[in-house]
Design a protein. Structure first.
Lengths: 450, 125
């Protein structure tokens, strides 16, 4: 049996989680996911300014500081913290190890997911497809891409583990693939054993969003989850290549039951019969959950069905600017005043800039921002006006940012809570998802040793 | 008896590009067939029209007592392009659970028993 512990669901997740996972009970693998859809785009901008950046720096502070304990307990660490620059991330990590007086640490770097230059060398190539029909065709975005990363499967991580790496730092390996890798490695799963790959992928999907599988963000009874202040992130006890128990450290807070696990299972899955990763198609309709005691849920029965012929690519291009700001209004007529202030702000901006905006959004937080007209709320006692707009013209966004604070003295009565300076324009990172032939991508593994 | 889907189901939602996935799970396994019969793709598409252009596709996971709705063109551009507060559709499952539904007296009794004194005060106006 191996114990795989999840400790991060995205870049910005709870920094106390890795320490709690390491110190509160036995684990064999600590696995951290840092990459959401848009993360790589932000990282590639950072790297453009400084070639030594472009990775999740939280990994260094949150996990690097724990390194002596990780080494002592012989825990293996796997993380896609490398972002667009896994090598610099690994070097910075080794520097921390050196500072702590450690030696004999083997850090594997997994690269090869960056396919921007490959794509740039193949304009109009019909082998490059869009992921869905709603996506723009490749020729429409090919000249604008600033980053493009293929989703790698678990294979290079397995290779790193076979090479006896202690720490594996990757770029864009698929989220579930990070968790599948130690399962394939430990149970020596054959490359065409689709059921076992699908099983490990389901385990990975459950763990990849951290605390979401142990009581965080739980709609089925959030008020019943104990001790969220010491939330124990989920752990998979993998018994063999078809059966695992999802659990958490007993001494920590949180909740693992079937309802909690089901919420994570249905999260962002598309067609559940064909949950696609670089490693396999997993059939989520075959999953059999079972109650194995307090905070223990069994996962078994998973069937797989081959793997996708092509690899998914996440591509990014810059598409103008956006700006958003907020200001609050009280009773009476809170919502009406907010709406009027929003329209006023828009008019004042356009009077100066002309109609150079692609889209406007005027919403009232506390009334209709999340669910629009689905809202059944009566007139609320207070709301926050939120205005956002997008334009190719950065200066126009600046103008809009400057129009918030004047509302205090020159708009509907009661405007308050405007603090923290003028809203600033931010870059719009548009996302393009494509498919490329599998054999164009060559993952590379290198082990650096201290 | 008129109520809202929230009393019979929970769920979670999130983004894939400009599409939103909404997973809905029966709070009791026995309620799954009722939910499967009641919450069609077409009704979800109509109900979510103010939020999402659609179309909506429905997938069934009977072993989990769950439905997954893939709602296309749902997030005002998705990613960092969307101007919405909820650019990633994190609240959409809870939005869908506002859907009004009609339940039989027998089922309503089961719902009341399930919630006991934790029963939320949900208006159907």
């Amino acid at each position: 049996m191996i114990r795989i512990a999840s400790a991060s669901g995205y870049w910005g997740d709870w920094s106390q989680a890795p320490g709690l996972q390491i110190r509160s009970g036995p684990i064999d693998y600590l696995v951290l996911d840092y990459l959401a859809e848009v993360t790589l785009s932000i990282m590639s901008r950072q790297r453009a300014k400084d070639p030594n950046t472009g990775y999740a720096t939280d990994f260094l502070t949150d996990v690097g500081t724990l390194l002596p304990e990780i080494v002592e307990k012989k825990i293996k660490v796997i993380a896609n913290a490398g972002g667009v620059n896994p090598r610099s991330c690994a070097k910075a990590f080794l520097n921390i190890a050196r500072e702590k007086g450690l030696s004999g640490i083997r850090v594997a770097v997994v690269e090869g997911d960056d396919v921007l230059s490959l794509l740039n060398g193949r304009p109009d190539d019909p082998a490059i497809a869009s992921l869905t029909a709603d996506e723009k065709p490749y020729p429409e975005v090919q000249d604008r891409l600033t980053a493009a990363h293929a989703y790698l499967g678990c294979a290079p991580v397995v290779e790193a583990l076979q090479a006896d790496a202690d720490i594996v730092i990757t770029g864009r390996v698929s989220d579930p693939g990070l968790f599948l890798a130690p399962i394939v490695h430990h149970f020596e799963i054959a490359g065409d054993d689709w059921d076992s790959h699908a099983f490990g992928t389901v385990v990975g999907h459950i763990l990849e969003c951290g605390g979401q599988a142990s009581g965080g963000n739980f709609l089925g009874g959030w008020e019943t989850v104990p001790d969220l202040d010491r939330l124990g992130f989920p752990i998979a006890e993998v018994h063999d290549k078809s059966h695992a128990t999802i659990t958490k450290h007993e001494s920590l807070g949180g909740l693992v039951n079937e309802a909690v696990v089901k919420e994570q299972l249905v999260y962002e899955i598309g067609d559940p019969k064909m949950y696609a990763t670089p490693d396999c198609y997993a059939d989520f309709t075959t999953i059999q959950l079972s109650d194995e005691g307090d905070n223990r849920v069994g996962v078994a029965g998973v069937k797989g069905n081959g793997r996708p012929e092509k690899l998914k690519v996440a591509g990014y291009y810059e598409d103008g600017w956006m700006v958003s700001g907020q200001i609050s209004y009280p009773w009476p007529d809170a919502e009406k005043k907010a709406q009027a202030a929003g329209e006023l702000l828009k008019k004042r901006t356009i009077n100066l800039t002309g109609d150079v905006f692609e889209e406007w959004r005027i919403e009232t937080v506390g009334y209709n921002a999340c669910h629009g007209n689905l809202s059944t709320s009566q007139s609320p006692d207070e709301v926050t006006l939120r205005v956002a707009a997008r334009s190719q013209d950065r200066e126009a966004c600046e103008v809009l940012g400057r129009e918030f604070s004047p509302l205090v003295l020159t708009g509907p009565p009661g405007a308050t809570g405007f603090a923290g300076g003028r809203p600033r324009p931010s870059r719009v990172h548009a996302y393009w998802a494509g498919l490329i032939p599998r054999d164009w991508v060559n993952p590379r593994v290198e082990v650096l040793e201290l | 008896m008129k109520t809202r889907l929230y009393l019979l189901a929970h769920g979670r939602s999130g983004d894939k590009g400009n599409d939103c996935n909404i997973g809905i799970i029966a709070r009791k396994e026995e309620w799954y067939p009722f939910i499967e019969n009641t919450v069609s793709a077409g009704e979800v598409e109509t109900f979510l029209k103010p939020l999402a252009e659609g179309p909506v596709e429905r997938f069934e996971l009977p072993k989990l007592g769950a439905l997954n709705f893939l709602v296309r063109n749902a997030l005002g551009g998705g990613g960092s392009k969307s101007l919405r507060l909820d650019a990633q559709g994190k609240t959409y499952a809870q939005g869908l659970l506002k859907m009004p539904i009609e339940v039989s007296d027998d089922l309503w009794k089961e719902v009341q028993e399930f919630w006991g004194d934790r029963m939320p005060n949900i208006s159907t106006d």
